[in-house]
Design a protein around this ligand. Sequence first.
Ligand SMILES: [Zn+2]
Length: 285
Amino acid sequence: MTWLDQRRDELLTAAGLATFHFRGERVALMDRQRGIRKPAVLDAALSFRTTFTLPGKTPPYADQEGADGFLRYKYRGDDPQHPENVAMRRCYQDRLPVIWFVGIDRGRYLARFPVYILADEPEQLQFAVAVDPEQLYLPYGSNANEDSRKYVERITRLRLHQPVFRARVLHAYDGQCAICRLKHVELLDAAHILPDAHPLGKPVVPNGLALCKIHHAAYDQNIIGIRPDLVVEVRRDILAEVDGPMLKHGLQEMAGTRLTTPRTLSARPDKDNLEERYESFKAAS
Ligand SMILES: [Zn+2]
């Protein structure tokens, strides 16, 4: 996990994850074929993964949230005694940290760690997963209530959904701001077109835009608007201001430019979402 920590902002590949060595021995951190990785040198699972699915497609394993807010990870097959399921169960019994590789694009993964197997649910052929140590102490299953569920979900959003959303959006936009094309990933955000609180404000790539910090804030504050035809507008009072280079080059000169969008059609901004968001920009202008 320390090794992974040094690669925290990178998207990982199976080939890259196969270069890890432990005490002189090569130990691949992810299994190329299987969802669950149990190296021969360990008694328990080291990692598990969720493959990438195109926006709008159903994932091969429908891993999802239970009524208690915790995420579930489906067994390998339907035999609870399958060696891979046994290896995951061992993590649950011994409270061992595990690595979760989440598919960002074909063959590219974001690592979340440490995560824990919170419970084994053989009747549903699945494990309950805690995405952060803090979740281990929250009520699970029938002990959960409305408040605990919300808290569990808040942690999941912070530790899993937001980093995955960011990684997917930045990857789709080739690591550059859609407005000014700045390429410093550390200065980029995944902005929501329709905000989090909106019923359609989902953390999915078609509702996202890769924007630098300034343009993200300007978009959220309705200083910058994006038309459904992808042309950038700047609020009238801002265009009339006179000030230094950031205002002139960073904001005013962006008016009339066209957004740089992903090559993949399914990753491009959703027109309806842009339209709705643009209405609130116009209302603020
Ligand atoms: Zn920018």
